[in-house]
Every structure is written in structure tokens, then in C-alpha cells.
Design a protein around this ligand. Structure first.
Ligand SMILES: N[C@@H](CCC(=O)N[C@@H](CS)C(=O)NCC(=O)O)C(=O)O
Length: 200
């Protein structure tokens, strides 16, 4: 099984860390959707990271779908089994994925030539990004995530999202804007599975 994509993508990184935590062997090929576009396109014409190549050559994409399939095949999951905990994890995961999406969108907007940038749209995206982070901050303050080794998909993806945001958007989202989010991320980033896949 091959995971295609750079670890500076939060989506690729969440898949890599999930595979590691589930003890599933894979080969990582850090191709870029930009600098190695043609090589990536040869594997997946849609050029989306992450892309996963299965042993039989079938090509999958979308981090959530990939994780869902892998967990199904493995018969184990980073989502809680108990109903109340699962609803909360699903809610937090939705916020983390929205934060990733808005952070990526905001970055792509910045890549346009200056005269083509639409400030009202950028402002809207930024507001959505802040809304997702503020909701996560509230959640982590009111009900802190456990730090006893029971890392679930929500906790994992929240940390991956915040690290990504700090790498790309620190100038208008410094670490102290969301201290609980930052503190949780420092904890998660100290874990072996996170350190094995640094967001380079
Ligand atoms: N919902 C998708 C989003 C994946 C995504 O947008 N990845 C970015 C890299 S961070 C990408 O492929 N960008 C290239 C493009 O969209 O053209 C997932 O969860 O995998």
C-alpha cells in the first residue's frame, strides 16, 4: 500500500498518523500536487493528496474515505465505539476538517496575483476558519481531551489542523489566540506517531 502526498498537507498527515497508530504497514511517497504535478497526475489524474494505492493497484482519494476503508479492512478504528463519545468525536472532527479546509482555501487565495485577490472572500474564509477554531477552543476548554494514550480521530485531526494553521497562518492566528487548542497540539505532537510524520 502506498500513500502519495506531502506531509505539509494536513489530509495526508492525518492518514499517515492514523495508519501508524493502527499498526498498518505502508510506503510513503512524498509527491507534491504542485512541484511534481505531472508525476502525481500519472498516478491519479485528479491530482488530489492524499492518494492511496492499494496492493491490487486501485487508487483511492479523500482522507476521510481512505481512513474509513482502512479501518473497515483492519477491523479497528480510532473513532470511539460508545455512542455519546462517538457523537462528540464526530462533531469535533467536523470542526477540525472544516478548519483544515478553510486554512487550505485561505492559502490558495494568497497564491493568486495580488490584483486577482478578492478581499471580501478572503475575509469570509478567515472568519469561517476562526469560527471553527473558536468552537474547538471552547470544547477543549470545557471538556479537555484525555491524555492517557486514548487518542481518537478527533484529537488526532484537531492537532494536525492546528499545526498546519500555525505553519501557514501564524501571522493572523498566533498560538495564544487559542491556548487550549495550542496546548492540546503540543501534547499530540510529542507522541511518537506524530513525530514519525513531521509536517515538512
Ligand atoms: N477532502 C479532501 C481534501 C484533500 C485536499 O484538498 N488536498 C489538497 C492538498 S492539502 C490537494 O489535493 N490540493 C490540490 C488540488 O486540490 O488541486 C481530503 O480529505 O482528502
Amino acid at each position: 500500500m502506498q500513500l502519495i502526498g506531502m506531509l505539509d498537507s494536513p489530509y495526508v498527515r492525518r492518514v499517515a498518523i492514523t495508519l501508524r497508530l493502527l499498526d498498518i504497514e505502508f510506503q510513503h511517497r512524498p509527491l507534491s500536487v504542485f512541484s511534481t504535478y505531472e508525476e502525481f497526475r500519472g498516478i491519479n489524474p485528479v491530482v488530489k493528496a492524499p492518494t492511496l494505492i492499494l496492493e491490487d493497484g486501485q487508487v483511492l482519494m479523500d482522507s476521510t474515505l481512505i481512513i474509513d476503508l482502512i479501518e473497515h479492512e483492519a477491523g479497528r478504528s480510532l473513532m470511539p465505539g460508545e455512542s455519546t463519545a462517538r457523537v462528540r468525536a464526530t462533531r469535533l472532527l467536523g470542526l477540525a476538517l472544516a478548519a483544515m479546509e478553510k486554512a487550505v482555501q485561505r492559502y490558495y487565495e494568497q497564491q493568486r496575483p495580488e490584483d486577482k485577490q478578492h478581499m471580501p472572500w478572503q475575509g469570509r474564509v478567515e472568519e469561517q476558519l476562526h469560527a471553527a477554531c473558536a468552537a474547538l477552543e471552547r470544547e477543549l476548554t470545557e471538556h479537555p481531551l484525555p491524555r492517557d494514550g486514548r487518542l481518537d480521530q478527533a484529537g488526532l485531526s484537531i492537532a494536525v489542523a492546528w499545526t498546519f494553521i500555525q505553519l501557514l497562518h501564524v501571522q493572523y492566528m498566533p498560538a495564544d489566540t487559542y491556548p487550549a487548542l495550542h496546548d492540546w497540539t503540543l501534547h499530540a505532537e510529542s507522541l511518537e506517531a506524530f513525530k514519525a510524520f513531521p509536517p515538512v
